[in-house]
Write a protein that binds this ligand. Sequence first.
Ligand code: PRT
Ligand code: ZN
Length: 286
Amino acid sequence: MEKKIRIAIQKSGRLHDDSMRLLKECGIDAGNSRNQLRVAATNFPAEIFFLRDDDIPEYVQDGVADIGFVGENVVLEKNKKVNTVEKLGFGKCRLSLAIPANKRIRSAEDLAGKKIATSYPHILSGYLKKKKIKADIHTISGSVEIAPRIGLADAICDLVSSGNTLFSNELTELETILQSEAVIISNNDLSPALQKILHKLLFRIQSVKRSRNNKYVLLNAPNEKLDAICGLLPGMRSPTVLPLAEPGWSSVHSVITETDFWNIIEQLKQQGAEGILVIPIEKMIL
Ligand code: PRT
Ligand code: ZN
């Protein structure tokens, strides 16, 4: 029988939809499977397991699943023996210390002797130890943000993304302990057959990630400006230049990255580019 890689993803919660979408964009169809514990992909040697995110590192360590999609924050907190093999670019957040807005606490050092509520005792104790701060960690599993208001703690250490939760609980961020995003973890002893499937999956994921960060650009340029315009457009090798029916003009095609996108577009316009079209890329294979 053909070997299948067992992939653990979050059953429901913040990472579920993005994980399923990424698999789909990699051509791995797991159907509409939310209510099942596990489902076989129809067109890739994979089985998808739906689990609570907190359990994923242990299942991957123990070989119940071969790989898992989970937040880096969970991987570091659970501290299991697994390999982190790829960052996924979604589920971005930070683990931060926060304090009631009215407290006279200016830095993490001022938390010495104070009580900090968190669901991340392992990461927090490592951080405090490194900074030689002796504080009292109070572990709670949810609604950490209300702990100061009910007198349970002087500060909290929790995940933040937009900052709305802190704001509506009158808490201010003191320091960021960790930047996190969803990652792929793998079991330490994958067989060669499973490693091969993992590489195939990683190759597809990297192509999808690259395509999300890049756009395809088409524009018209007067021939005398071609050098300047091509200098702004590196492309995968170099830009493609095709003559237009109108004499003295060419069509230029290239790929630009999201990060310098507007900057490059403005410079292209300054150099006389016209009719600029920007198109999303579905897959980008190097
Ligand atoms: O049921 P299960 O155990 O699987 O899920 P869960 O409830 O433990 O986790 P879930 O779905 O809430 O989060 C899964 C993962 O998403 C986390 O481990 C992080 O890696 C990632 N993630 C990204 C976040 C956030 N952003 C986030 N903002 N996880 C939680 N939050 C919470 C945070 O704890 C706080 O309560 O959202 C609130 C803050 O958000 P803002 O936007 O108000 O700052
Ligand atoms: Zn959880």
